[in-house]
Ligand binder design. Structure first.
Ligand SMILES: [Zn+2]
Ligand SMILES: [Zn+2]
Length: 408
């Protein structure tokens, strides 16, 4: 696929040598591209200087759930009592059978609901069943040899604990892996096809037999927006006694919250603009919905595909950083002002979600303001009973901070 004058046309991927999509991995796990030198032909060749505003859109707010019946209320209130057993998500073995009941309580329907849609892709939250897809990419030498970190050849338990656990945990913002986290740390999306038959799965070539795919079904790769809060930043996490509200663009700006993009995709899908489509949309999401003050990516030197992706999307080179792997990284960044000017030239910066009341468990700001309140305090609000229960039975969660402790 190539984009010409805002519309997409199909071009066989084998002639699409300048595609920005031969990107195994971005950011700190950067890769080397296999970019081919290709002669430009005619007016339809790459137009480097034309800025095409981002076509993505903020979706409508998702309406609240229907009111519950008295029976349902009674049933939930029986569970939400003082002294109910609390749980922690284990640091290891999160995906093992014994941890599943806890994961199922903490990972509520609203946590899983956050997804982004592009013309060809559905970027959704990761699932336990994505393990095979993650393994195919993480153990593939073609991908590995281009990566910054040396994973060696990770075993399946390592893939579960180091990667999939983190991907899945990211969908539950209140159980962050990061100590003293100041707010939501990352959004990690599984890349999937809206219609797998629309994506071309290329000949496997050197791809290991056990890592080959024959269709574009299921997990194809991932893309993450990781947020960095400077040490001086205020906290954006829900606090005792306060209704939780979505951070405003102004607060994000004052605290200089920066997003960083990381990504990888199965090598048999390189070369058809898939990562480019995902990158554009996650960049839009980070700017237009999350309200990052800036967003960065730091491909390694020589990773032409990734560098092209940055430049094409208006991220400009700021500096080179070194790492212990002796592969310098080229730090690229775009500020909030630059992104809006480039992509929304006709309107000023608009903060769609900032300041609204948001569920203090799933923190999913695309949902209607929470309609469920804790029975004992007016400030703990949730989008659903499932989210309320998750916060209630988390060790150190709402049960510990609730006003019920002061009245009894
Ligand atoms: Zn919720
Ligand atoms: Zn309460």
């Amino acid at each position: 696929m190539k984009e010409v004058d805002g519309s997409r046309i199909n071009i066989p991927s084998d002639v699409e040598g300048d595609s920005p999509d031969e990107v195994a991995d971005g950011g700190a796990e950067g890769s080397k591209s296999k970019k081919k030198k290709k002669k430009k032909k005619g007016p339809k060749a790459k137009k480097a200087n034309v800025v095409k505003p981002n076509q993505g859109k903020i979706p409508d707010e998702i309406p609240p759930p229907p009111p519950e019946s008295p029976d349902e209320t009674a049933r939930w209130e029986k569970e939400l009592v003082k002294g109910a057993k609390t749980h922690n998500l284990p640091a290891w073995g999160l995906l093992e059978d014994r941890a599943k009941p806890i994961l199922n309580i903490f990972r509520t329907p609203s946590c899983k609901r956050l997804e982004l849609i592009t013309p060809r892709l559905r970027l959704r939250q990761c699932e336990v069943s994505d393990l095979t897809g993650v393994r195919r990419i993480k153990t593939e030498p073609i991908v590995q040899k281009t990566q910054l970190d040396r994973y060696g050849s990770p075993g399946i338990s390592e893939i579960k604990d180091s990667f999939l656990t983190r991907y899945i945990r990211s969908s539950i913002p209140r159980v962050s892996n990061i100590p003293n986290s100041k707010g939501r740390d990352e959004y990690i999306f599984a890349i999937t096809a809206l219609d797998p038959s629309m994506l071309k799965v290329q000949d496997p070539g050197q791809v290991r037999i056990s890592n080959r795919i024959s269709t574009a079904e299921g997990y194809l790769g991932n893309i993450a927006l990781s947020l960095t809060y400077p040490t001086s930043s205020s906290s954006f996490s829900p606090t005792k006694g306060r209704v939780y509200t979505q951070p405003t663009f102004e607060q994000m700006h004052q605290n200089k919250v920066e997003g960083k993009l990381f990504y990888e995709i199965h090598p048999q899908l390189w070369g058809q603009g898939i990562m480019s489509e995902a990158f554009e949309e996650v960049l839009r999401f980070g700017m237009e919905e999350v309200g990052c003050d800036s967003i960065a990516s730091d491909p390694t030197t020589g990773n032409e595909a990734s560098i092209h992706l940055c430049v094409k999307n208006g991220l400009s080179f700021s500096h080179e950083t070194n790492n212990s792997y002796n592969k310098p990284q080229l730090f690229h960044r775009i500020t909030k002002e630059e992104w809006w000017k480039r992509n929304r030239p006709d309107k000023g910066i608009e903060d769609r979600w900032g300041g609204k009341e948001v569920c203090r468990w799933c923190m999913n700001f695309r949902l209607a303001p929470p309609t469920i309140s804790c029975k004992y305090c007016s400030w703990a609000k949730y989008c659903s009973r499932e989210c309320q229960r998750a916060d209630w039975v988390r060790t150190g969660g709402h049960q510990a901070e609730c006003d019920v402790n002061e009245t009894s």
